[in-house]
Design a protein around this ligand. Sequence first.
Ligand SMILES: [Mg+2]
Length: 229
Amino acid sequence: MLFVSLRDHHYACMKFKHIIWDWNGTLWDDTQLCVEINNHMLERRNLPATTLEIYRDKLCFPVDQYYCQLGFDYSKDPYSVLAEEFIAEYTERRYECPLHDGARELISAFQSQGIRQAVLSAYQQDTLNQAVEYFQLLEFFDDVIGLNDIYAAGKVENGLKYIAGLTVNPVDVLFIGDTLHDFEVADAMGVNCALVACGHNSRSRLETTGVPVFDVLAEIREYVLGMEF
Ligand SMILES: [Mg+2]
């Protein structure tokens, strides 16, 4: 009896009841691959190469606002052509990318504390499902929500739809992402946000949001569960 009441008390103290994860860059360590693919695209056009630092400083959504900063000329190469070129190499090479260190352990720790979890991604639904399944993470998530559009727009709309269908109070929800866009999505949804600087945007950009920024996933464990875990 005492055990049950302590558990209930503990659960009531839990900072968040529901966690929504971004996938690319947050759980999946695919940033370096994106830089390599961008460099292949630049090389084919004799344009100067980019670096991980520049990528993290410049990448934004919609992505067409980013490619023109790298030197691509849309009058020669329409954005849709560049997007398809990117997707072709990304699709071929994506499983070269591992999960971020500690991703599985963290997701598993949250599940064992009774926190519900979901993935909300701008990745295509089918390929998102395949990737989550490939890393054997499906069992941890109540919902896996992607897009049906390779041009990666509409995460806000999906987020709003998703939160409207949940019975949980938005103040009990934490969105964990790696970009300024993830902050905008969380803000539109009215939920809490934490960001990791090991993905697609630099720490200095993420810090402009005012929400907690962590260098690695492991640091989120203490933020969510407290010292004792
Ligand atoms: Mg991301």
